[in-house]
Ligand binder design. Structure first.
Ligand code: BGP
Length: 468
């Protein structure tokens, strides 16, 4: 039988972005400094081409035109952004009226544009004064997050239906606390897992606040809460040793099962917690935490998928600082790379995630909440009409959509696809290095938007759901 490579009619097809990466106006309207702003001021040399967090892609100025592009030029039906904690609340945890007014205005514009709105809370963007109080290592800050979540639900719960507590809650522990890539560049596996644990508590407290408001009839009909994680299916060598398989178990456990178990069962995976503790990892567990975690179950899940995680047994099992090492990276000889970004392109990974979720977490509804191909500016060539020609982006998305359609045909409960960075945006220390957009942002021309050639293809697929 011929493959049916179409996406379901009611499948969401949209765009993912975040507040701190797009909004700009970082010091206006009562917005507090967040960790990216502070890092930008402290060491701009750490940012690609010395472009800090200040401007995003100027979305706060250009949002009306951008929404029109999403809806009419690209044919999308939905979009995600995030509410910046540092814009919504002041230092005493009170609502910042100007910040709240902006989000009301934006959400109304999204509605008026005919797009379904997905709102995430935390996207790596902690207010600096809270980071200085210990950040995710402090329970006081976890409580402050729960207050921020509740305030956001109270303020916007009458207008926003689809909510998410965190974006990629393993990535910040990894980048900021474990691998030392993000300011202030800690390198400590144990600290990273302690932070991951506290984020799990914060997530569960937010879900509890959501449920309370929902039972009190304070949220729109059909409101849903979820979590967005970078699910990177782990793979090892074709002929693995028991130690390679152990590396897969722990990689999968820390990155994937940790969150899948939390959001479906209200608990963390016991085997992973036990192994961590056996290896000397101390988690900041407090009495009563199990009851908090038990409230962390959600209505659906976002899966950010860029690349798989290939691992093998570690060469040594302890780092210089005494922290355990569970896996080393493994370079698959057949890997196809996006050389510009340095990430592997493996579209079948999304199928494998969908199939394992269907088997191990039956009934779990999920969507692809980020996927995309970023390349450096030098890689993007213009045609005679001045538009960037990017057939590689079409190939990338087409292949991923094909594997998503196959997964759905084989029983995966995937209900949508959001492309990351539909309009080029600022991305953490990479700034504007990797450009994901179907729409170019010209940094030399006041952030002017211009469709890339791939935009025509995207519109065709987004409006027909036929993957051609
Ligand atoms: C994801 C993040 C996004 C975005 C994306 C691309 O992990 O959720 O916020 O940054 O990665 O990242 P980069 O620009 O580094 O390629």
């Amino acid at each position: 039988m011929a493959e049916n490579l179409t996406l379901p009619e009611d499948f969401f097809f949209g765009a993912a972005m975040s507040g701190p990466q797009t909004e700009g106006r970082w010091h206006e309207g009562g917005k507090l400094e967040n960790i990216w702003d502070t890092w930008s001021m402290e060491n701009i040399d750490d940012f690609y081409n010395k472009v800090g967090s200040y401007v995003g892609n100027d979305f706060m100025t250009m949002y009306e035109g951008d929404l029109d592009i999403l809806k009419n030029d690209l044919g999308l039906d939905s979009m995600r952004t995030s509410i910046q904690w540092s814009r919504l609340l002041d230092k005493d945890g009170n609502l910042n009226p100007e910040g709240a007014e902006w989000y009301h205005r934006l959400f109304a514009a999204v509605r008026d544009a005919g797009l379904d709105l997905f709102v995430n809370l935390y996207h790596f963007d902690m207010p600096t004064y809270l980071f200085r109080k210990g950040g995710w290592e402090s329970r006081e800050v976890v409580e402050a997050y729960a207050h921020y979540a509740r305030t956001a639900f109270e303020e916007f719960g009458g207008e926003v239906k689809y909510w998410f507590t965190f974006n990629e809650p393993t990535v910040e522990p990894e980048q900021r606390y474990e691998e030392g890539n993000w300011w202030p560049k800690y390198k400590n596996f144990n600290r990273a897992r302690a932070v991951q644990y506290n984020i799990s508590i914060a997530h569960s407290m937010a879900v509890q606040a959501f449920r309370e408001l929902q039972s009190a009839g304070k949220l729109v009909e059909g409101a849903r809460i979820g979590l967005i994680n970078a699910f990177m299916p782990p793979y090892t060598k074709e002929d693995p040793s028991p130690a390679d398989l152990e590396a897969v178990r722990m990689t999968d456990g820390i990155n994937n099962r940790w969150w899948l178990d939390l959001v479906t069962k209200g608990e963390l995976p016991q085997d992973v917690i036990e192994t961590l503790q056996e290896r000397g990892c101390v988690l900041p567990v407090r009495p009563g935490d199990d009851e908090i975690l038990a409230r962390g179950t959600v209505d659906w899940l976002g899966c950010n998928y860029y690349q798989p995680k290939r691992v093998q047994a570690p060469a040594k099992d302890t780092a210089e600082n005494g922290c355990p090492i569970f896996a080393d990276p493994y370079r698959w000889p057949d890997a196809v790379m996006n050389e510009s970004r340095g990430w592997e392109v493996y579209p079948k990974g999304i199928y494998d995630f969908g199939m394992s979720a269907a088997k191990d977490y039956p009934g779990l509804e999920w969507f692809v909440s980020e996927n995309g191909m970023g390349v450096e500016r030098e890689y993007e060539h213009r045609g005679a009409d001045g538009r960037i020609q990017d057939p590689y982006r079409v190939d990338f998305v087409r292949q991923h959509l094909e594997w998503i359609a196959r997964a759905i045909n084989d029983g995966a409960n995937c209900v949508g696809y959001h492309y990351w960075g539909v309009i080029d945006n600022w991305s953490w220390s990479n700034a504007f290095k990797n450009r994901y957009g179907f729409v170019e942002v010209d940094l030399m021309e006041n952030y002017r938007r211009r469709l890339k050639e791939s935009a025509d293809w995207l519109k065709q697929v987004a409006t027909t759901h036929v993957i051609d």
